[in-house]
Ligand binder design. Structure first.
Ligand code: IPE
Ligand code: IPE
Ligand code: MG
Ligand code: MG
Ligand code: MG
Length: 293
């Protein structure tokens, strides 16, 4: 199987499971499910759930057990995108190749669909099959921290606070690690928890994921200015419009590319310390950093 086929197969598996987990419901408030499905099933590279499945596989874990956790993570990521695009946040009208949720539905419904995806993610985790109660608790606790006050939400607060402010490279690394790195690290951590990796292995994996996560957001900063709206499927130059300090504003495109490449190489060296069953994690890490959209 080529890596392209691998990625397509995993994305399809995730999408089929998401579709099953979140059916349309014929209830008076069916708009909640329509809105959530609009964002959740409407495109997206599925990189985080693929990372979870690939990590689980690399440690010889059972993919059947990793699928629901992978989907829970994609729901939380999707909620974060819905809220990130709101007029009170980045105010972006285009996401995943179509109008942002608050453009297709009333803004209030976009906020609520985001709330629903976040809370529902924990619901499906609590009853995820093929896992021990301890594994489920570890998954819930990790996601709660990394999507919240020790990760994404904290990072989003720092990102908003830093708009139109002078920000040092050190401070920007901190923001990026929290707003984006935390969920990328969670993706890898999820795979490790499901596969029952040891504490030492998980420690090395976290070092790997933190570097990949930072590199991922550096590339996001670059693509904000270099990738066209249609190609990338989201509003172009949003960071410029919002007065964000990014890797590009601090270092320029070329130096930013160098920084992401350096992080990638350092991350790949971490993987060499683990005796993994497949090389998919390394291939995916390269793809995350060398992506064009
Ligand atoms: C975009 O994430 C937001 C960031 C955290 C940089 P992705 O680039 O993974 O977006 P989708 O899921 O493919 O839409
Ligand atoms: C997103 O950062 C980080 C989140 C956790 C939502 P950006 O605001 O740069 O992401 P895009 O560029 O809109 O996808
Ligand atoms: Mg943002
Ligand atoms: Mg944004
Ligand atoms: Mg961005």
């Amino acid at each position: 199987m080529t890596i392209d086929q691998f990625l397509k197969a995993k994305a399809l598996k995730v999408e089929e499971q998401l579709d099953k987990l979140l059916p349309l419901q014929q209830v008076p408030y069916k708009q909640l499910f329509e809105a959530a499905r609009y964002s959740l099933l409407g495109g997206g590279k599925r990189l985080r759930p693929i990372l979870t499945l690939a990590t689980c596989e690399a440690f010889g874990g059972d993919e059947k057990a990793a699928l629901v956790p992978a989907c829970a993570l994609e729901m939380v990521h999707t909620y974060s995108m819905i809220h990130d695009d709101l007029p009170c946040m980045d105010n972006d009208d285009f996401r995943r190749g179509k109008p942002s949720l608050h453009k297709a539905f009333p803004e209030s419904q976009a906020v609520l669909a985001g709330d629903y995806l976040l809370t529902y993610a924990f619901d499906i985790l609590s009853s995820a099959p093929h896992l021990t109660p301890q594994q489920i608790i570890n998954l819930i606790s990790t996601l709660a921290k990394k999507a919240g006050g020790e990760g994404m939400s904290a990072g989003q607060v720092m990102d908003i606070e830093a708009s139109n402010q002078k920000v040092s490279l050190e401070a920007l690394n901190h923001i990026h690690a929290y707003k984006t790195g935390a969920l990328i690290a969670t993706a890898v951590e999820f795979g490790a928890i499901v596969a029952g990796a040891t504490v030492e292995q998980r420690h090395t994996l976290t070092l790997f994921a933190n570097e990949v996560g930072l590199a991922f957001q550096i590339v996001d900063d670059i693509l904000d200015v270099t990738a066209g709206e249609q190609k990338r499927g989201q509003t172009a130059a949003s960071d410029v419009t919002n007065g964000k300090t990014t890797y590009v504003t601090l270092l320029g495109i070329e130096k930013s590319q160098e920084a992401s490449e350096k992080l990638l190489q350092s991350a790949l060296a971490k993987l060499d310390q683990l005796s993994l069953k497949t090389d998919h994690l390394a291939v995916i890490a390269r793809l995350l950093v060398h992506r064009h959209k």
